[in-house]
Design a binder for this molecule. Structure first.
Ligand SMILES: [Zn+2]
Length: 271
């Protein structure tokens, strides 16, 4: 599965690149007791990255699985190549969090940097998690050698933030904690057009339509639900396009409020 969708956002061009294999788990695998109306609903999940072309340089939001997970075909890297993007030309990588399907693509099979010239923007809580032992439960235990190596590589190339902060021209990091250590969203603004990349704050737009749902796969589920509500309010207030890492292609859409804790989702047509 490899699909790329282009979104023109003022002077920014965003490419939503879906990467990996799709899955259709049942909502009840994620939500302990779904309301009757949603009992039989499935989720659609597929990973990916987003490339943002700006006047100040190329930016990548997360890096996909990379070559570290089973018999994979590196779709994100292939899609970037097909788009004529040399990994050396990526100036900034914005990280939403540190799960393997988001940071795996940062290192080659030999564990060298895939994007050697980039600076890495991440929440301080994520950076601190990588310094902790696996027993602290802040990353998956099998990730330890990877995160040690990654932290070593990017120690002098990282820009950490603690609170909401403009991290690049037109790009604001918004901590949205609860899913994993340091989970954050990024708000892009160009020529009065806005896009909110919410990472894994919602696996499927269903979690944005029903913001009272609690995902038991979040590390701190109630905090994650509150962050999700905050992002939904923000997306509505900013009239922003919303992109979620695992959303069904095209991976982007808009929200409309239809009641308390209720929104409706419309996927946007992408080129
Ligand atoms: Zn993920």
């Amino acid at each position: 599965m490899n699909t790329t969708h282009r979104i023109e956002l003022g002077s920014f061009t965003c490419l939503v690149i879906k990467d990996g294999s799709e899955s259709r788990p049942r909502l009840s695998d994620y939500v302990a007791s779904p309301p009757d109306e949603l009992k039989d609903r499935s989720l659609y999940m597929l990973g990916g990255v987003m490339l943002v072309e700006t006047a100040e340089g190329r930016i990548l939001i997360d890096a996909g699985d990379g070559p570290h997970r089973g018999p994979r075909t590196h779709e994100a890297e292939v899609a970037l190549q097909e788009a004529g993007v040399d990994p050396q030309s990526i100036a900034t990588i914005l990280l939403t969090h540190g799960d393997p399907d988001h940071i795996g693509g940062l290192l080659t099979r030999e564990k060298n940097l895939v994007y050697p010239n980039a600076r890495y923007v991440l929440h301080r809580e994520l950076w601190d998690a990588w310094q902790a032992p696996p027993s602290a439960g802040l990353y998956f235990p099998q990730q330890e050698p990877f995160v040690r190596r990654l932290a070593e590589h990017i120690a002098d190339r990282s820009d950490l933030f603690d609170t909401e902060e403009q991290v690049r021209p037109g790009i604001t990091a918004i901590p949205a904690l609860g899913h994993r250590a340091g989970h954050s969203a990024y708000l892009l603004e160009a020529d009065a057009e806005r896009l909110l990349h919410i990472g894994d704050a919602a696996f499927d737009p269903l979690f944005l339509e029903h913001t009272d749902l609690i995902n038991v796969h979040d590390t701190r589920p109630e905090e994650a639900r509150d962050s999700r509500r905050m992002l939904v309010r923000r997306a509505l207030a900013e009239e922003a396009i919303v992109v979620g890492t695992h959303f069904e292609p095209p991976g982007a859409g808009t929200l409309q409020e239809v009641g308390t804790d209720r929104c409706s989702w419309s996927a946007i047509p992408c080129a």
